[in-house]
Ligand binder design. Structure first.
Ligand SMILES: *Cc1c(COP(=O)(O)O)cnc(C)c1O
Length: 370
């Protein structure tokens, strides 16, 4: 049996590089609460993402959850169910009501044609998701948000380093959330960040992630604890040095998949969008009219020790915890896609030989069925 191929593998710097980076933490023994590594990583990420305002968090989810609180959003928030649990939970955990808009079948981002019809007098914001790093229709979203005076927060967890017509996605909307989880293109082990347009938000967010404390004897907000610690930030400083090379390696793998799987009946690939510099975070494949169902392909690969992922499945509006409140029938396209999509193994050090082997299994599976 061949070695297992996981769907993803965390990027790590050399051990020596990390040890060198954390050495000075032993000099000042300052381990968290916005220390030197934290400040340096913020500065370097602002430069890398080409955006003026950034605040680091201990993970992407809490960044989003605290941002919704800090913006004092009320009532209803329009979003999509074709996302990770985090996006929907962040809305609900703030006591707000998610209103689910369907996705478009081309890039799986929010369908702007339907968006306006979901706006009510209770709507306060739109939280679209740059799924797989595909950039949402931000111009149309901005037009609608302006017209109805709504905030726009992007879940950009998948979109680290992505640019559209040369503009970094961190600059879209009122704010964007990035995840630096171990499985993402850029990681700080666990971690995340917010980028935002209004620079006065920086102090508010910094205080929100530190219990709402604003001074030695003042607590102005009901914040929580979501600070990134110095070891996370040090990991980020190391990984950031290599991220361009990692994205380049992902691109080669991505293109190899395309070469192998292009023009197979029943397999739909999502090609990079026009004007978008991708980060090649995922390789999603839709099985629609293929001799095997998505689930059968998944099981066939698993038998060969290759781990693909039904991502995103299930939709957030079909989670058990939301059973009495929402239904996937509201979003038929998302429901259709979620049933047919599979993301294939993709990480910087995946070998091209392994890519070919995975694709060969898919191709032979057709003949086996016949
Ligand atoms: C990873 C992810 C999150 C959550 O980020 P964490 O850093 O794991 O908390 C949110 N939304 C999407 C779409 C994600 O993929």
């Amino acid at each position: 049996m061949n070695n297992p191929i996981q769907v993803t593998r965390s990027s790590m710097p050399g051990l020596d590089e990390y040890v060198e980076e954390i050495k000075d933490l032993w000099d000042n023994q300052w381990l968290t609460n916005m220390g030197i590594k934290h400040r340096r990583l913020e500065a370097e990420l602002a430069r890398y993402l080409n955006t003026p305002n950034i605040a680091l968090f201990t993970n992407g989810h809490l960044a989003l959850e605290y941002l919704i609180g800090a913006l004092e959003l009320k009532g209803e928030v329009i979003t999509t169910p074709f996302t990770f649990a985090s996006t929907t939970h962040a809305i609900v955990r703030n006591g707000l009501t998610p209103v689910f808009c369907d996705i478009n079948p081309h890039d799986y981002t929010i369908q702007t044609e339907n968006l306006e019809s979901l706006i009510t007098e209770k709507t306060s914001a739109i939280i679209p998701v740059h799924v797989y790093g595909n950039v949402c229709d931000f111009k149309e979203i901005e037009r609608i948000a302006k017209k109805f005076n709504l905030k726009v927060i992007y879940d950009a967890a998948h979109a680290f380093g992505v640019t559209v017509d040369g503009l970094g996605v961190a600059n879209l909307g009122d704010a964007s959330m990035f995840s630096f989880h171990a499985t993402k293109v850029f990681n700080t082990i666990e971690g995340g960040a917010l980028t935002f347009a209004d620079s006065s938000m920086k102090e508010v967010l910094n205080s929100y992630k530190n219990f709402g404390i604003t001074g030695p004897e003042t607590v102005e907000y009901t914040g929580g604890n979501a600070k990134m610690n110095e070891f996370q930030a040090a990991m980020g400083l190391c990984n950031l040095r290599h991220v361009d090379e990692e994205i380049y390696k992902r691109k080669i793998i991505y293109e190899r998949y395309i070469e192998n799987l292009n023009n197979i009946k029943g397999i739909n690939l999502s090609l990079p969008q026009k004007g978008v510099k991708s980060n090649y975070a995922y390789f999603p494949v839709i099985f629609d009219g293929f001799p095997l169902s998505r689930d059968e392909v998944h099981d066939e690969l698993t038998k060969q020790n290759i781990f693909s992922r039904k991502y995103f499945f299930p939709l957030t509006n079909s989670f058990e915890c939301y059973r009495d409140r929402f239904t996937p029938d509201e979003t038929p396209i998302a429901k259709y896609i979620a049933k047919r999509i599979l993301t294939f193994p993709l990480y910087a050090d995946l070998s091209l030989g392994d890519v070919d082997r995975i694709c060969a299994i898919i191709k032979t599976s057709i003949t086996n069925v016949r």
